[in-house]
Design a protein around this ligand. Structure first.
Ligand SMILES: [Ca+2]
Ligand SMILES: [Ca+2]
Length: 195
């Protein structure tokens, strides 16, 4: 498993525009976009790349860094606890490897930048562990150290944390807020989004 990073130069944007019309033109123009970077999975069985996101600049080199989830990785021998990686956008080196906590929780099913939650001027991140404690969890971690800053738990069995996003400052308290999706809440997978 690997992730590939592509530039948004005009020749690469064109197939994305064509994609909405037909899949056929996409095949015709494949190969025009040369990737900027390819990052191989540190764990061959982890479903590395099931989630990806920009991270902002975590290491202060002026270049954006990357978040990649591997929700079926087995950190420390804990099966399918999952790992969230942060990679340098400059050279692809590992900046952070944040492990899931428990068997099968799938940490890294979702990843997103969270803004600077702890005020250290380094962007932080939010990630979901949709199967944690059978209810799901989303947690916010320091982008500098990976330390846990905040944790949110799901209600009932809902796969809370299947998706996450930074939401900006919704309630006007000067701090960033978060969106967490829980698609299997209620009868028939009704789902809800929690803010
Ligand atoms: Ca950087
Ligand atoms: Ca921070």
């Amino acid at each position: 498993m690997k992730i590939q990073l592509f530039p948004s130069v005009p020749s690469c944007l064109r197939p994305l525009a064509l994609l909405s019309l037909s899949l056929a033109p996409l095949a015709a123009v494949q190969g025009q976009c040369e990737e900027v970077r390819e990052i191989e999975s540190p764990d061959p069985y982890g479903w590395f790349g099931l989630s990806v996101s920009g991270a902002g600049d975590l290491n202060g080199d002026g270049l954006s860094d990357l978040l990649v989830g591997a929700p079926y990785a087995s950190p420390g021998g804990i099966p399918e606890a999952g790992v969230v990686f942060a990679f340098s956008g400059a050279d692809g080196s590992v900046l952070l490897a944040i492990p899931g906590l428990s068997f099968g929780e799938g940490f890294g099913r979702s990843v997103a930048p969270a803004g600077d939650v702890d005020g250290d001027a380094v962007p932080d991140l939010i990630a979901g562990a949709a199967y944690a404690s059978s209810k799901g969890r989303a947690s916010v971690h320091s982008g500098a150290s990976g330390a846990l800053l905040l944790s949110f738990l799901g209600k009932k069995r809902s796969d809370f944390g299947w998706s996450v996003a930074g939401a900006g400052d919704v309630n006007g308290d000067g701090r960033g807020d978060f969106l967490v999706g829980a698609p299997y809440f209620g009868v028939g997978g009704k789902g809800f989004a929690s803010l």
